[in-house]
Design a protein around this ligand. Sequence first.
Ligand code: NAD
Length: 494
Amino acid sequence: MTATTPLSGLLPEAERFISQPAVPAAAAHHDGPWIPTHDPSTGREITQVAACSPQEVDAAVRAAHDAFTVSWGRMSPVARERVLHRLADLIEEHALELAQYDALESGKPVAFVQAIDIGLAVEQFRYYAGWPTKITGTVVPVADPSAHVYTTRRPYGVVAAITPWNFPLCQAAIKIAPALAAGNTVVLKPSELTSLSTLRLAELALEAGLPEGTLSVITGPGSGAGTALVTHALVPAISFTGSEAVGRHLASQAGAALKHISLELGGKNPNVIFADADIQAAASAAAATAFFYTGQVCFAGSRLLVQENVLDEVLQVVHDHAAALVVGPGLSADSTMGPLVSSAHRDKVRRYVDEAARAGADITTGGHDIGGELAGGFFFEPTVVLNPTDDSPVASEEVFGPVLVVQTFSDEDELLRRANATPYGLTAGLWTRDVGRAHALADRLEAGTVWVNTYGDFSASAPWGGAKASGLGRDCGPDGLNKYLETKSVWVAG
Ligand code: NAD
């Protein structure tokens, strides 16, 4: 593991956007309170972001309701498609600027953010831009031959979207693109840690031709602006990505108010290597997914289950990968792993590792904060915890750090029992050359996505979401569109 030093190099337009307090259009006259945001690579304050008041949230929701009633909601499907394509073009044109906001606020390496997050955001808008002209109903045969009965698929109205800090622009796109394609309008609250790219996206959306009010971004903490948004009477649907705890809270609020809700929550994802796999490929991918974005990824393969006779070979590859990581600031072009998002989060990650060590697990690499010239930021070593017990916190909870738990198994039955013995069910990985075994286990693993001889692939067209405590509903693909539509039956007497 080597360390890099910070690079300056913000684009002039990015400097413009952060050199003054960040205020959403919906709160143009905001005069406080403010939330400071910090660069986790240095600990320094970046800017102040408006903590929107309930009145400002109300104004945004009312504007979205008006847009649904008179502009976006009345626009032809072809016109909606054109605007979504234009927005995709603008995101591509501003890819580096948008990536710089996310790299600065989240600490993720800027080159990765530009290639992966911004690329995925563009893909969402392109994929869903193809849908408005394909949303159809059916003609329904009924007993009365003189009646003509048909269905239409109708948008809900104003969708409240709430996003986490770890994929700011990408998650905003995953929510906005299908909701708009379906004909809804959107009020989105990004994480208070990472608001800038989403605020800029709202500017680009206006430039793309989205009617005023169709997409509003409101900023502030979940307990303030977030609560005002999800409980607003003019919001019939909530789309949330974030932690299990907040997801459960919102689900109870939505249940009480009878609002539609979809939840994309956390994971503790088993990644399984059988002895007959291509061990080099499997172990390299296992290390890559564990340390990608410092492990702060819902689908991180954070629990590696290895058939016992190939453990040494796998561990060697994982250790080599960890040693080769270039740990440094998000804005450095050379970094391949950034910091954790905050000091408090780093304390939490360190506690998991220390507790595992005290309980007898072997920390085979890493386990400490990184100091030296990176001491101002919240860096933590890529870490491997060998053979903690299944019920230990490090093996069963979402650590959300660069901490790979490695455990061994002997046969398929043991593997399946232990892999499924988690409250979560977001993703799983399987590495084997036995195709029959791969299909059988893919069917029985309790996860929304199973990757076979690969890990982490993602597409706007492939449904994405979790089983069990990892969530309700699916993003992406036709499922991701349908959750923003409801069916209406129309009976015409003969
Ligand atoms: P978080 O739950 O703390 O916050 C998510 C969002 O919810 C933020 O915008 C926050 O301000 C808001 N919020 C908090 N309390 C609220 C309330 N009472 N009412 C309304 N909004 C509220 O999560 P986080 O730390 O930002 O993100 C990390 C989590 O997100 C991890 O658990 C990760 O696994 C999960 N995640 C899941 C996916 C997925 O696709 N399943 C993708 C990315 C992240």
